[in-house]
Design a protein around this ligand. Structure first.
Ligand SMILES: Cc1ncc(COP(=O)(O)O)c(C=O)c1O
Length: 320
């Protein structure tokens, strides 16, 4: 049955399908189900949080007509806020670490946002999947803008509870789509909203479901090394959801994945499964394959494919 007609493109955010991997999973392993979140309108699951954060801020009177939405982002939250924010009539300014692909900037600008690239000393953000730490300098900029202009609203995805709340819905969709049978859930961590929200939904119904977070092996401040709020970095721009998530006891394990393994697996997802996803999707499936092997046949692993490959295409590794 075709989906019903909707009034606005914003109405098609979320409710993504769930797909069982056909080729990558060895016969003796557990089944792996992936949620292609790149099917959201702006190409990532950040559409979910952009809408929830904006609607909450409006309801709380923090965001009003004529205001400017600002955010620090390496791409997807910036893109989602550009899409949702401009649809709802706001100005949108995105502060990005320098070195991200041109496509990301062009996508945001296409929606009508202004994009500002910021130099990040001592860090080569180019082509990497380094965690939230690349956003510290852009976050400081957003904080300054918010403090100096009452008509600026900073979305603050790293500590905004509307972020993880949006992903309780993602987790509940997974539960429904898998008929309540999920043995493990795996998701990469940026600011932690996806893992925390999904963990809340899954553990509420399935306390034994194993919830595993992933972080880039290249991260300087690693959660798996016990760092949830980096030393010397102000609480105004760090910690937030990650700290709360790790203190919640809902996360069973956090594991490091290398860029190389993530990229290789994302290439396989495109070539062997037809899933046109980005790097963190590769990380999620790389570790899901390990967990599926350990759990064995008859068990079920779920994960997400956070974003679309369109925003990485100019990176050389994708064209060879
Ligand atoms: C491609 C991609 N994967 C994974 C993540 C991690 O998601 P979260 O910030 O909800 O932890 C993000 C967000 O930064 C992302 O853009």
């Amino acid at each position: 049955m075709a989906p019903k007609a909707v009034d606005s493109i914003l109405d098609v955010i979320g409710n993504t399908p769930l797909v069982k991997l056909q080729k990558l999973v060895p016969p003796k392993s557990a089944d792996i189900f992936v949620k292609p979140e790149y099917l959201n309108p702006s190409g990532s699951y950040k559409d979910r949080i952009a809408l929830e954060m904006i609607r909450t801020a409006e309801a709380e009177g923090k965001l009003k007509p004529g205001y400017t939405i600002v955010e620090a982002s390496t791409g997807n939250t910036g893109t989602a806020l550009s899409f949702v924010g401009t649809r709802l009539g706001y100005n949108v300014e995105i502060y990005m670490p320098e070195g991200m692909t041109r496509e990301r900037i062009k996508i945001m600008e296409s929606y009508g946002a202004k994009v500002f690239e910021m130099k990040i000393e001592g860090l080569d953000a180019k082509g990497s999947v380094a965690g939230a730490e690349v956003e510290f300098i852009p976050r400081k900029k957003c904080l300054d803008l918010e403090r100096s202009n009452p008509k600026v609203w900073w979305a603050r995805q790293f500590c905004n509870p509307a972020n993880w709340r949006a992903h309780i819905v993602t987790g509940n969709e997974i539960l429904e789509q898998m008929n309540g049978k999920v043995d493990a859930f795996i998701a990469s961590i940026g600011v932690g909203g996806t893992l925390y929200g999904c963990a809340k939904a899954l553990k509420a119904k399935l306390p034994k479901c194993r919830v595993i977070g992933l972080e880039p092996a290249s991260a300087r401040y690693a959660i798996s090394d016990g760092i949830t709020s980096p030393p010397g970095v102000s609480k105004d721009i760090s910690g937030g959801i990650i700290e709360e998530m790790m203190e919640s006891g809902l996360i069973d394990e956090v594991v490091k994945v290398t860029n190389e393994d993530a990229i290789k697996t994302s290439d396989r997802l495109v070539k062997e499964e037809g899933l046109f996803c980005g790097i963190s999707s590769g990380a999620n499936v790389y570790h899901s394959l390990k967990v599926a092997e350990t759990l064995g046949k008859g068990k079920r692993v779920a994960t997400v494919l956070p974003d679309h490959r369109d925003r990485y295409l100019s990176e050389k590794k994708y064209t060879t």
